[in-house]
Design a protein around this ligand. Structure first.
Ligand code: ZN
Length: 306
């Protein structure tokens, strides 16, 4: 655009503004700015980030950027250039499980969330940063051994059961299988309107997660079947925790190894991540539950024939 047409465009925009009496919202400005962090993981993060970006952007609610860390073999000074500017974003999503971030990045994330930023933890992102105390507070429960902290499960009536450090199992999972996710909080914006139980596509079912678990609100659980290598307990799958003025949303769903990745093709997973991210960013949810959301006994995969 040359300077003259730029000025004309500016004047036109100003006229619109004056006529409307308030700034006309530009479509792009309405989108929530979401930053995915990846770059190291014991999972196939390279196969996981692009479909997550696509399904988030398909909601029309997000403009997504990705910040990729140096890899594990990179020289130490490579981390100097890893300085994500969290303040530019409404919500940060971690698809990262690797080396500790530099302390300044850790502090920046703490300040960002404490100041009102949103944080979303997907699957193995909760395996990371065992020695970062504020991170452990934000995630509540992580993939840790049983001495690390409390374990939290729900009994069959939905009552929270805390098992102290040192007792019961630490983190683990049995072989992957499709399983039922049970909504435990029907009034939370993220889970409101979801079927009470819905069939999640083949995935790992994490159990025995450990941590400080302070102010943790459990939105959904899954029964960890002993016959499938589990604990026999209702393990938390989706939860939220306030941190300062910010909101942290965690889902343990979403394993991606090699080959096909039904866990993240699950319409349930995609809906949970999108609604969780919108809630973490704004405290509200406008993204609808799609018509092809899984039912109590039927898995629903995006991109497959109906
Ligand atoms: Zn996994």
């Amino acid at each position: 655009m040359n300077p003259i047409s730029r000025r004309a465009a500016l004047l036109a925009a100003l006229a619109t503004l004056l006529v409307a009496g308030r700034p006309a919202p530009a479509a792009a400005a309405e989108k929530l700015r979401l930053l995915i962090i990846d770059g190291q993981n014991n999972h196939n993060w390279k196969a996981m980030t692009p479909p997550m970006v696509a399904s988030l952007e398909a909601t029309g609610r997000f403009a997504v950027d990705v910040a990729t860390t140096p890899d594990a073999k990179a020289p130490k000074d490579a981390w100097e250039s890893f300085r994500p500017d969290f303040s530019k974003y409404d919500v940060v999503l971690s698809n990262y499980n690797g080396q500790p971030w530099p302390e300044r990045v850790q502090k920046a994330l703490e300040e960002y969330v404490a100041g009102g930023g949103g944080l979303v933890i997907v699957h193995a992102a909760n395996n990371a940063f065992e020695k970062w105390p504020e991170w452990n507070k934000m995630i509540g429960l992580g993939w840790r051994n049983n001495k690390f902290g409390d374990r939290v499960t729900l009994d069959d009536s939905g009552k929270v059961v805390r098992t102290p450090a040192g007792e019961g199992p630490g983190a683990g999972h049995g072989p992957q299988h499709a399983y039922k996710v049970v909504v435990r909080d029907k009034d939370h914006p993220v889970t409101k309107g979801m079927p009470e139980t819905w069939m999640h596509a083949q995935d790992e079912l994490y159990h025995g997660q450990r941590g400080p678990a302070e102010n943790m609100q459990i939105l959904a659980t899954a029964h960890s079947d002993k016959a499938k290598g589990g604990t026999g307990a209702n393990e938390p799958m989706i939860w939220v925790i306030p941190y300062g003025k910010g909101r942290v949303f965690t889902t343990l769903l979403g394993h991606v190894g090699g080959g096909d990745a039904p866990a993240i093709r699950c319409v349930g997973f995609q809906t949970v991540v999108a609604r969780g991210a919108e809630w973490a960013a704004t405290g509200k949810v406008t993204i609808p539950i799609p018509e092809d959301f899984p039912t109590a006994d039927k898995v629903s995969l995006s991109g497959s024939k109906k």
